[in-house]
Design a protein around this ligand. Structure first.
Ligand code: ATP
Ligand code: MG
Length: 440
């Protein structure tokens, strides 16, 4: 959705509402983002018009939140959410208000919102700002401040604690003293929020650029030990200085998070969890600190975390693959061609490679393997990475071989030889089978 079309639509909606005697303001994230010089993701309008009055103006519009009075207006690829001023009441479940009332005073609509920087109103025509809560000053000072009494606001809706961290991380802001104190007080109630909501917030913290700061704040507030105790356990876990001059496992992981540019969610989670098996395998061996088996344990621990946070199977598999493969990169210089090609064939190999780059850049600094693989990945054509199969199981049976568990080994050995460049066609493949696995 282009910025200009959405702004134009927002202006249009606001003009039509006002010409009928209603109030209309841009509100929330889109005002904040414009004042920060960022392109807003979506545009929200707040009005005293009731949802049916909005729909009278835009009959094609969708009622998306009947209960909350939100109407989605779409035109020419642009989209604007028009919400009736409201106040929220009685948060019994720590997540959603049980009842809402429509209001005519925009101040009421501002007071139900989470943070002062998310509660600014803007006239879409004149760009004039209306600020009931000091959001403008907080935006200038870089402060995330709860509106009203922070403890009460976080007790109403526990997810706001994670939102505070997310906005602070994304914008590089500070969480204001009373606001962070309230989170430090109430952090463990975050466990009453659904796994899906928690996963979505954590993923956004990980992927919106401020991941390191986000995880430092999760730690500082106590939220980290509630949500990811396995990650909190990385703190203070020493590493051998010759391989990890940067410090302990937590520091190493934070540095990698800091290096994430615009990661996919699986890559970001893979980075966060790649060494999650280290705390449980730490050992002072005679020669140095060792973490034997940390990959296997890491895979097990990460599977538990991903299941708990209800990740999709596809994301889960990719995160696990990133963890499982990350130590294989040290073997690359000694790898047979066939093994190397199979590695380059890994699904989303670019993510494996990027995790490896971050791992090295934030420890020993050796990037030779990374450079080598990056070259190979562009150099080797796809049909050499995955050449057409020379023989099938049926071909083997046709030759008189008895089907059985050995077939897999034979077929895989044929492919290896092919990837090594030792055999090139069906005849050579059959000869290879006879030489290595005997006559049928
Ligand atoms: P983003 O850029 O991440 O979308 P946003 O500020 O637009 O940020 P949304 O989640 O889209 O955030 O919500 C829109 C607005 O609704 C917020 O700016 C805020 O005013 C209000 N809001 C959203 N979630 C809450 C909440 N849990 N409690 C109170 N107000 C909220
Ligand atoms: Mg938004």
């Amino acid at each position: 959705m282009g910025d200009t079309t959405a702004t134009a639509l927002a202006r249009h909606v606001s003009v039509s509402l006002k010409s009928r005697g209603f109030q209309a303001y841009l509100i929330g994230g889109c005002v904040r983002d414009q004042l920060l010089g960022r392109e807003p993701e979506d545009y929200d309008i707040a009005t005293d018009a009731h949802p049916d009055q909005v729909r009278a103006l835009y009959p094609a519009a969708n009622l998306v939140g009947a209960h909350f009075g939100v109407v989605l207006v779409r035109e020419g690829g642009a989209e604007v959410e028009v919400a009736t001023f409201r106040s929220d009441h009685a948060y019994a479940d720590g997540r959603r208000p049980e009842s809402v009332s429509f209001e005519t005073d925009p101040r009421q609509d501002v007071l139900r919102r989470d943070f002062t920087i998310n509660a600014l109103l803007m006239d879409p025509e004149s760009s004039e700002i209306t600020d009931f809560v000091g959001g403008r000053a907080d935006l200038d000072r870089g402060l995330i401040r709860a509106i009203g009494d922070p403890e009460r606001r976080f007790a109403e809706d526990h997810l706001r604690m994670l939102r505070a961290v997310r906005f602070a991380a994304r914008f590089g802001f500070t969480i204001e003293a009373a606001t962070i104190a309230a989170i430090q007080q109430l952090h463990s109630s975050i466990l009453r929020v659904s796994a899906e909501r928690i996963r979505m917030e954590l993923t956004r913290i990980l992927t919106e650029r401020g991941a390191r700061r986000g995880f430092e704040l999760l730690d500082e507030t106590g939220l980290l030990s509630d949500l990811l105790p396995e990650v909190a356990a990385m703190k203070g876990v020493e590493q051998p200085p010759q391989y990890h001059p940067e410090g302990d496992v937590w520091t190493h992981t934070l540095m990698m998070l800091e290096g994430l540019l615009s990661p996919t969610p699986p890559l970001a989670w893979g980075v966060l969890l790649h060494d999650v098996g280290k705390p449980g395998t730490f050992r002072r061996a005679p020669d140095r600190i060792r973490f034997d088996g940390h990959v296997e344990l890491g895979v097990e621990i990460a599977s538990g975390i991903l299941r708990r946070l209800r990740f999709s199977n596809a994301d889960c598999e990719q995160v696990i693959a990133l963890i499982a493969q990350h130590m294989r990169f040290k073997d690359v210089p000694m790898m047979k061609n066939s093994t190397l090609k199979r590695m380059l064939r890994l699904e989303h190999f670019d993510e494996h490679l990027e995790l490896h780059r971050l791992d090295c850049a934030n420890s020993n600094g050796h990037l030779e393997t990374y450079e080598f693989l990056r070259e190979k990945a562009t150099e080797i054509p796809a049909n050499e990475l995955k050449p057409p199969r020379l023989l099938s199981g049926e071909d083997l049976m046709g030759q008189g071989y008895k089907p059985g568990p050995q077939f897999r080994a034979i077929l895989s050995a044929i492919e290896d030889a092919q990837l090594e460049g030792a055999i090139h066609d069906r005849e050579e493949a059959l000869e290879f089978v006879r030489a290595h696995f005997g006559e049928p």
